[in-house]
Design a protein around this ligand. Structure first.
Ligand SMILES: [Fe+2]
Ligand SMILES: [Fe+2]
Length: 357
């Protein structure tokens, strides 16, 4: 019952937000260049980590997260034009996990734009993904916005092709969070060249949305909250006036602004990660502008998980639908220097940390 009420409240809130975001036409024109962009929404589900135990048995909690996101998506009004899946559909890259995950999403009636995560890649190096879901990187245009899906979880050839005796061992190593034998993520030179060529035909004032799995900046290397050639990728994006990067992988509310590039993370449907700054004393660069999510409550199965949707209307309004926690909205509209949480950016308005630990 509680969930049903939450969903209705959310739908009402989402409707109000959409109305509030309607800008005077002139302003939209200024912000979005010569061709006014049609308003639209898309949804974002990420990090389902479907995990096979044995045979047809899978970790039920992770299954339920993905099922719930897929179900709520179908209730959205207006219907989003498409949904991005932000990577880590599988836990250990197995065919059984992919097929089970796709089965759980079978009732999604809008197109799915797939972005590959490291848990999807390091068993068969993207073979299943390319055959059944999507290329590892690609671009498309939608209502005046240029979208690019990148494979941001590549790493050194030595690590990928020579270091591990079996594909299973390689997958297990990459699936660990705090791994001294791990290797940093990269977009790599070949894909950066493709990106340059892809963007060469795009006018500088066209809004660009980059979909990556890892953040395209450097937060905390020991956990691979990090893309090693992020600076080079940012340099390619620098000449463009409106660039937004949406990513998964970090399993938490996280947003940032570097130059003209806005970054937004999405929640996982599987489990939340802590913020490196709250967990480790090692140097890290969690963005100062990010208002942390109040701590996940371990007694609530779905706290710290969720999904989101984005309204593009001359800017971006990113709504986090957080199950068992307070929904959050992060906006970056024309004239704003950095994205901000409309309700909680002011320290006086923040939700106090949970105290039952
Ligand atoms: Fe993940
Ligand atoms: Fe990941």
């Amino acid at each position: 019952m509680r969930n049903a009420i939450d969903r209705r409240t959310f739908l009402k809130q989402a409707g109000a937000l959409t109305a509030a975001a309607s800008l005077p036409f002139g302003l939209v024109n200024v912000a979005w260049g010569k061709k006014p962009t049609e308003k639209f929404t898309f949804a974002y589900i990420s990090d389902a980590h479907i995990t096979q135990i044995r045979g047809t048995e899978f970790v039920a909690n992770f299954d339920k997260g993905l099922q719930r996101a897929a179900l709520e998506l179908n209730f959205l009004d207006p219907k989003p034009d498409f949904v991005v899946f932000g990577g880590d559909l599988a836990q250990l890259g197995k065919r059984e996990e992919f097929e089970h995950g796709r089965e759980l999403m079978k009732d999604v009636t809008i197109p799915i734009k797939w972005v590959i995560g490291e848990h999807d890649y390091y068993l068969d190096l993207g073979a299943y993904w390319q055959e059944h879901m999507a290329p590892l990187h690609y671009s498309f245009d939608h209502k005046g916005v240029h979208f690019v899906a990148l494979n941001s979880i590549l790493t050194h050839d030595e690590w990928t092709f020579r270091r591990w005796p079996t594909a299973q061992e390689r997958m297990h190593q990459m699936a660990r969070l705090d791994n001294p034998d791990g290797s940093p993520f990269m977009v790599k030179a070949e894909q950066r060249e493709w990106l340059k060529k892809d963007l060469a035909k795009v006018p500088k004032d066209t809004p660009i949305v980059i979909l990556s799995h890892s953040p395209l900046y450097k937060i905390f290397r020991p956990w691979n909250f990090w893309t090693d050639d992020a600076d080079e990728v940012q340099a390619i994006l620098k000449p463009y006036q409106n660039v937004m990067v949406f990513h998964g992988h970090v399993h938490q509310v996280l947003y940032n602004q570097i130059g003209t590039i806005t970054f937004n993370a999405f929640m996982a449907t599987a489990w939340p990660w802590p913020y490196p700054v709250t967990y480790s004393q090692l140097p890290n660069k969690v963005p100062e502008i990010t208002v942390f999510m109040n701590r996940a409550d371990p007694f609530k199965e779905r706290d710290g998980t969720g999904w989101g949707n984005i309204t593009m209307d001359g800017g971006e309004i990113h709504h986090y639908e957080l199950w068992e926690n307070t929904p959050r909205t992060v906006e970056k509209m024309p004239g704003m220097k950095y994205p901000a949480d409309t309700k909680f950016q002011d320290p006086k308005s923040r939700i106090p940390a949970q105290t039952q630990y």
